[in-house]
Design a protein around this ligand. Structure first.
Ligand code: NAD
Ligand code: TYD
Length: 354
């Protein structure tokens, strides 16, 4: 049995679905079900006894202790977090609570459980902390990509909270010997991503005839990885990673935001032409920049390739096409998540007329 936190969110749910497609080891999935958590994503597992869902806040120590005692996992994969930079700018408190206090509470519950395990199980236990490249801060155009020795320099409340959680994970290994692993991954995209992040927001807005908001000059660079490739990297790290180490995960796919939106419009023009025949590119609007907007992220994924043998399977073109096709085929899922709360967020962030 493995324990997954945040397995009703975008990456966690993709991980759970793929895990149970490829093996029979059960999962206990602990998720608070915030606005970003969605059980509809896990509907195919409704009657699957290999998946046990528990509505649990990772800040709730008692609930976590009970999960460890009942399910006795051999590994923890910790996805649960507040994950959207723009929301962290409007309300940083929740990020401190879940990402820092929650990770600390989970680490401490895991340590108490791990301490009591028999020697062989203690040795093989793993705590994998899923983190982000944003902890490394912002690169200039000529800088080398982030590697595992790049100093931390977080700039947003989101990245600061993730950086703090990474430090606690490091400290729990160094101080108590808890067999931790940390991964720092670049921007993900793929099925089941909540439509507040750039790619799903652009797809859903394009199809609804709304503006495609591009912040600032559109030249900020992100390094994109298809979510299925992130999940395969996490499986590799949990099975073969060295405790106490960190691994950067990326797809070698650096793109300027405006190029991402252009490509997305071109694929949509081909797969779902507009009634008027006009390109979706016409809906692009440059809008006010995000405060403190990091200019460039880029991941050097050499280590996970050379030491653990992982490689991404998708290119940006194949992954984006799959993603767009998924959103075209799954309009009911999108309608289900774009509730009143979602509309309030879009109104606050982009203005009522959009
Ligand atoms: P998400 O926002 O889609 O999902 C987060 C999940 O965590 C949701 O199901 C939510 O209900 C749950 N959650 C939030 N607070 C909780 C709490 N207090 N207790 C229990 N559950 C709680 O996020 P995501 O995009 O799937 O990201 C997952 C992890 O991967 C995060 O740790 C994030 O920092 C990291 N990451 C994300 C990306 C990306 O591009 N999305 C890239 C690198 C790393
Ligand atoms: P996002 O998907 O929010 O991920 P992150 O901020 O974690 O990298 O944003 C990706 C990039 O796209 C980032 O540079 C901000 C930009 N962006 C826009 O230009 N418009 C938007 O509406 C959003 C949500 C993001």
């Amino acid at each position: 049995m493995i324990l997954v936190t945040g397995g009703a969110g975008f990456i966690g749910a993709n991980f759970v679905l793929e895990w149970l497609r490829s093996c029979d080891e059960p999962i206990v999935n602990a998720d608070k079900l915030t606005y970003a958590g969605n059980l509809r994503t896990l509907q195919s597992l409704e009657h699957d006894s290999r998946h046990v869902f528990a509505r649990v806040d990772i800040c709730d120590r008692q609930a976590l202790d009970a999960l460890f005692a009942v399910h006795r996992p051999r590994a923890v994969l910790h996805f649960a977090a507040e994950s959207h930079v723009d929301r962290s700018i409007h309300g940083p408190g929740e990020f401190l609570q879940t990402n820092v206090v929650g990770t600390f509470t989970l680490l401490d519950a895991a340590r108490a459980y791990w301490n009591e395990l028999p020697a062989a199980q203690k040795e093989s236990f793993r705590f994998l902390h899923v983190s982000t490249d944003e902890v490394f801060g912002s690169l200039q155009s000529a800088d080398p990509a982030f590697n595992e020795r790049t100093p931390y320099a977080p700039n947003s409340p989101y990245s600061a909270s993730k950086a703090a959680s990474d430090h606690f994970v490091r400290a729990y290994h160094h101080t108590y010997g808890l067999p931790t692993l940390t991964t720092n991954c670049s921007n993900n995209y793929g099925p089941y991503q909540f439509p507040e992040k750039l790619i799903p927001l652009s797809i859903t807005h394009a199809l609804a005839g709304k503006q495609l908001p591009v912040y600032g000059d559109g030249k900020n660079m992100r390094d994109w990885l298809y979510v299925g490739d992130h999940c395969s990297a996490l499986r590799t790290v949990v099975e073969r990673g060295v405790p106490g180490e960190t691994y950067n995960i990326g797809g070698w796919n650096e793109k300027a935001n405006i190029d991402v939106v252009h490509t997305l419009c071109d694929v949509l023009d081909e797969l779902r032409p507009t009634a008027s025949g006009a390109s979706y590119r016409k809906q692009i609007e440059f809008v006010k920049d995000r405060p403190g907007h990091d200019r460039r992220y880029a991941i050097d994924a050499t280590r996970i390739g050379s030491e653990l043998g992982w490689r991404p399977a998708e290119t940006f073109d194949t992954g984006l096409r799959k993603t767009i096709q998924w959103y075209l085929n799954n309009t009911a899922w999108v309608e289900g998540v774009t509730s009143g709360d979602y509309r309030n967020w879009i109104d606050m962030q982009y203005g009522h007329s959009r």
